[in-house]
Design a protein around this ligand. Structure first.
Ligand code: PEP
Ligand code: MG
Length: 564
């Protein structure tokens, strides 16, 4: 009998393979107190485990950047004096090395999980991972081998820790199924990087499969089929062959311009947070950057980056782009994005709180430093400035005044910059949609941030699993808002792009094209498919398709039409 199980889509692909169920041994710790003369022995045990784990990490053969990052992150956590000091203090209080370690890790994990930030919460798994590895070493337990798997393996586990994901034999894994985890979990990120199928948050998948069983993952639809019948298996084999052929065509065409069959030229750009994203985006056929999320420069730092530090970074980005352009979004911090060196006041509703432009207007020195850095870098390539979370004309006027003041101070010092630098805004609040007719006069372009726009229009937290079924950009309210914004920009001789996640949803490409979107900015992995879809569609056909969809009143009807 076959069984269908649902999960959260973490990486879209079809996979057919055999289950390898990862069983993790539960390790119990010694709770009895140790005597004073055993203390040194336990300190030595802990230190030995620490050194062994560090050696393992340093000797791991690395084959991609993500793996390298995991290893470096773990090495730096292991070097954190807090970890060692806390464990040794607890051993000195007559706790066994394993209990001292477990208590320390539990404290760290609880602290990380209490943070109001999805990214930091996911990083708690790094600490769990380190704890598990060290505990295995202290207890002398052999780790399950993941570095030599059978071809076409579907790895099923409660969750995979970053270390586990880093040692997996990736050449043979075709899919992941996890009981736990969200879209930003390590397994999800690895699966996206490798382009393999992954479903997370499946709750009890480990209890429903056995080693060696045949499983199909259709993560486009968010399901896996355990023990499929012959007919289903054959259908999916055909589907997979089609996808593989399509992938080859997409790769071959990724550097071609995206021009519809009736001649409309569309810009397909990439979203970046750092130089690596830029390299991946360009390699996938991105024609520039439609969103540079600068907050990562601030988040992975121990101070607000100075004007010079930012200038060097932005200059490096434009130089790598040659004659392609980049839209640099000014700092969008606050909400769920915190800074390690700055304590934000506790807010009841951080997503509706002191974030993005609101923060920048109050932290004027921080904003000035960023604006100056962007302006200076604009002397070296084509840069546009983009303001996040706009709700009013006053905010744009205020931001433009600040930009003009900074231009003047650079001019006074004879520092070069692009005098005609364009300024656009993100459309990601309902207010900006409602008054788009007013805002459009003050800007050169709009870029729709569907991640926030969806959450604010639908009053539905973008990171809350409980209501993830409601958080849906295909909701007619969101689609009509998008259409209105595009129309307003065109009526006023301006253009509209999209840099939210919806631009990277390749099922939505034809719809967005038909709605008149001028620019798509998406993660690297979606770019070849977006370009291919645009190049094989006519504007006439896309417009008609969009008109039909925009008439529908139910999200479910829209999704059915999209899947046809
Ligand atoms: C968005 O809200 O759609 C967006 C692109 O910004 P971020 O995801 O960084 O909030
Ligand atoms: Mg946003």
């Amino acid at each position: 009998m076959s069984l269908i199980k649902k999960g959260i889509i973490a990486s879209e692909q079809i996979a057919i393979g055999k289950v390898k169920l990862m069983r993790k041994q539960e390790v119990s710790v010694t709770t009895e107190k140790i005597s004073d003369d055993q203390i040194q022995l336990h300190v030595d045990k802990f230190n030995k485990a620490l050194e062994e784990y560090k050696t393992n990490l340093s000797n791991t053969e690395v084959d991609n950047d993500t793996q390298q990052q995991v290893i470096e992150a773990h090495l730096s956590m292991l070097d954190d004096p807090f970890l060692t000091e806390s464990v040794i203090t607890k051993i000195n209080e007559n706790n066994s090395s394993d209990k001292a370690l477990k208590d320390t890790i539990d404290e760290m994990v609880t602290m990380m999980q209490s943070l109001d930030n999805e990214y930091m919460r996911e990083r708690a798994s790094d600490y769990k991972d380190i704890g598990q590895q060290l505990l295995y070493k202290i207890k002398g337990i052999e780790y399950e081998k993941l570095d030599s798997l059978d071809p076409n393996t579907i790895l099923v586990s409660k969750e995979l820790t970053p270390y586990e994901t880093s040692i997996i034999d990736k050449s043979h894994v075709v899919g992941f199924l996890m009981d736990l985890g969200g879209k930003t979990a390590h397994t999800s990120i690895i699966a996206q990087t490798l382009g393999i199928a992954c479903l997370v948050g499946m709750k009890d998948i480990t209890e429903n499969v056995e080693d060696g069983q045949t499983v199909i993952i259709d993560s486009f639809k968010g399901v896996c089929i355990i023990n499929p019948d012959e007919e289903t298996l054959q259908e999916y084999k055909n589907e997979k062959n089609k996808l593989d052929e399509e992938k080859t065509i997409l790769e071959e065409n990724r550097y071609n311009k995206a021009i519809t069959t009736d001649g409309k030229d569309i810009d397909v750009m990439t979203n970046i947070g750092n130089i690596e994203d830029l390299e991946k985006g360009l390699e996938s056929g991105g024609e520039g950057v439609g969103l540079f999320r600068t907050e990562f420069l601030y988040m992975y730092n121990d101070h607000f980056p100075t004007e010079d530090e930012q200038f060097q970074y932005y200059k490096n980005v434009v130089e790598k782009l040659d004659d392609k352009s980049v839209i640099i979004r000014t700092l969008d911090i606050g909400g769920d994005k915190e800074l390690p060196y700055y304590t934000f006041p506790k807010e009841d509703n951080p997503f509706l709180g002191w974030r993005a432009l609101r923060f920048c207007f109050d932290m004027k020195d921080v904003f000035d430093a960023q604006i100056k850095a962007i302006l200076r870098a604009s002397a070296f390539g084509k840069i546009r400035i983009m303001l996040p979370m706009v709700i009013s004309v006053e905010e744009i006027e205020n931001a433009i005044e600040i930009i003009e003041d900074n231009k003047k101070s650079l001019r006074d010092k004879n520092i070069q910059f692009d005098e005609n630098i364009e300024v656009g805004i993100m459309i990601e609040t309902p207010a900006s949609v409602i008054v788009a007719e007013d805002l459009v006069e003050y800007v050169d372009f709009f870029s729709i941030g569907t991640n926030d726009l969806t959450q604010y229009i639908l009053a539905c937290d973008r990171g809350n699993d409980k209501i993830s079924n409601l958080y849906n950009t295909y909701n007619p309210a969101v689609l009509r808002a998008i259409k209105k914004v595009i129309d307003v920009s065109h009526e006023n001789g301006k253009w509209t792009g999209m840099c939210g996640g919806f631009a990277g949803d390749t099922k939505a490409t034809k719809l967005l094209l038909g709605m008149g979107l001028d620019e798509f900015s998406a993660p690297a992995a979606s770019i070849p498919k977006i370009k291919y879809t645009i190049s094989s569609t006519s504007m006439k056909e896309a417009k008609q398709y969009a008109e039909e969809i925009l008439k529908l009143k139910r999200t479910s009807e829209i999704e059915t039409k999209i899947w046809e």
